[in-house]
Design a protein around this ligand. Structure first.
Ligand code: ZN
Length: 356
């Protein structure tokens, strides 16, 4: 079988070169820009827009060794909210003695000011967390302090016990109550199934198990199902098979969200696989901040600036100003006093490369 090459033939620039469902657009810098063929409805065609929820202020800040001052968190959240990001996870109502990094959840929510267009969410671990969040939500009068809640459990029994100290069945029962109460309050719920693509303690996690939990959470009222590759174990082939199965199990009315970690450098490949499988909602963390409290070393969400860079250069609109986003990551580096892991932060946007 002849080897396929993506190198354009300069003698025939108008001839599109197909690379698994994509075409190089004539006149574009071919080494940088792959766009989907607008008439292509075959498998692998990309959506024209996607939604990104920035989870750095929660998933990122909770995994930093130091406690970031509240004022710095508010500064970073408000800067992120000016980049064009549509959704931001602001903080979490976990137990302050367990995650002291986010013990200032109420203070952050009281101080932060979001543009009307930006949807703020908070992570809720259990019934008590929801109660605490609701005490804060309407406290300031005017716009509620957050618009959505995210709840989570792990598909793996061992990871769930180590992460939240409960078995999966007990977590599910608690979250069903949380979702019911939030729904009653008119608050949309995202339910995240963590370790959906593999568990560091148990290994492979059966897809049927993940989808059973997802179906139960959707039945309880979750409008959005997030699937977390919590410790970076997913691969693109697995992801490509997973999301069509999730869509079939959950039906068309549930938003499917992909949450990948870059622990083994496969995060963006997994994001592309999800995109090609029809996913239009992603979670990521500026500066590649983040990880998971257990096991140690399970760090790194995919970086929002790397995701935005990849999507925009493929012709998938994110609505995000990449330069403004990189400025946020730079500011986070200053506040933390160390370099962060995102590639685009180091290399700069593709457009800047082309100008040299
Ligand atoms: Zn995460």
């Amino acid at each position: 079988m002849p080897r396929r090459t993506a190198t354009p033939n300069p003698s025939a620039p108008e001839a599109p070169i197909t690379v698994t469902g994509f075409a190089l657009a004539a006149g574009m810098a071919p080494e940088y820009r792959l766009v989907d063929m607008s008439a292509d409805t075959s498998e692998g065609a990309l959506p024209s827009t996607v939604t990104i929820r920035e989870v750095g202020p929660r998933d990122g800040f909770q995994n930093e060794p130091e406690i970031i001052p509240t004022a710095a968190k508010v500064e970073l959240i408000e800067a992120l909210a000016r980049t064009g990001l549509e959704r931001i996870e602001l903080t979490s109502f976990v137990r302050p003695d367990v995650i002291p990094q986010l013990a200032d959840a109420a203070e952050v929510l009281a101080a932060v000011r979001l543009p009307e267009s930006v949807i703020g969410s908070v992570l809720i671990p259990n019934e008590r967390g929801l109660e605490r969040s609701l005490e804060v939500r309407g406290a300031a009068g005017g716009r509620p302090a957050f618009d959505e809640v995210s709840v989570f459990l792990s598909a793996s029994e061992t990871h769930n016990r180590r992460n939240v100290g409960r078995g999966v069945a007990e977590s599910l029962a608690g979250l069903e109550a949380v979702i019911a109460l939030a729904t009653q309050e008119g608050i949309p719920c995202e339910a995240v199934v963590a370790t959906a693509f593999g568990c560091p303690y148990e290994g492979a996690v059966p897809r049927v198990r993940v989808l059973e939990l997802a179906e139960a959470l959707a039945a309880a009222g979750a409008r959005e199902l997030g699937f977390g590759d919590t410790t970076g174990m997913a691969n693109p082939v697995q992801v490509a098979a997973f999301f069509p199965a999730a869509r079939e199990a959950l039906g068309p009315g549930v938003e499917l969200t992909a949450h990948f970690h870059n622990t083994r450098g496969q995060g963006l490949a997994n994001a592309l696989a999800a995109l090609q499988a029809g996913v239009e909602s992603f979670e990521s963390s500026f500066g590649e901040l983040g990880g998971c409290p257990v096991p140690a070393g399970a760090t790194g969400n995919i970086a929002t600036e790397d995701l935005v860079s990849m999507l925009e250069t493929m012709g998938v609109a994110t609505g995000v100003d990449l330069d403004a986003l990189i400025a946020c990551a730079r500011r986070a580096q200053e506040i933390l006093g160390r370099p962060l892991g995102s590639h685009t932060l180091v290399a700069g946007p593709v457009g800047e490369l082309a100008a040299h």
